[in-house]
Design a binder for this molecule. Structure first.
Ligand code: SF4
Length: 63
């Protein structure tokens, strides 16, 4: 079952780590905050290790 990924944009500091590491999953929206536009753009393991685990403010979550 595919899991969805959400970014708490109130907490995102726009550091770019998730967007740079997984550009097929995350992008900046018009407000300059990261958003997940395609949770199937990488494996769940990659999303966990290359985004969720390294987000400096821990604002990316499985839903
Ligand atoms: S890693 Fe976290 S703080 Fe950095 S852009 Fe992504 S969601 Fe925002």
């Amino acid at each position: 079952m595919a899991s969805n990924v959400v970014v708490d944009q109130d907490s995102c500091i726009s550091c770019g780590l998730c967007v740079n590491n997984l550009p097929n999953v995350f992008r900046f929206d018009d407000s300059g905050k990261a958003e997940c536009f395609d949770p199937s753009g990488a494996t769940e393991e990659m999303i966990q290790s290359d985004a969720i685990d390294i987000c400096p403010v821990a604002c990316i979550h499985w839903q």
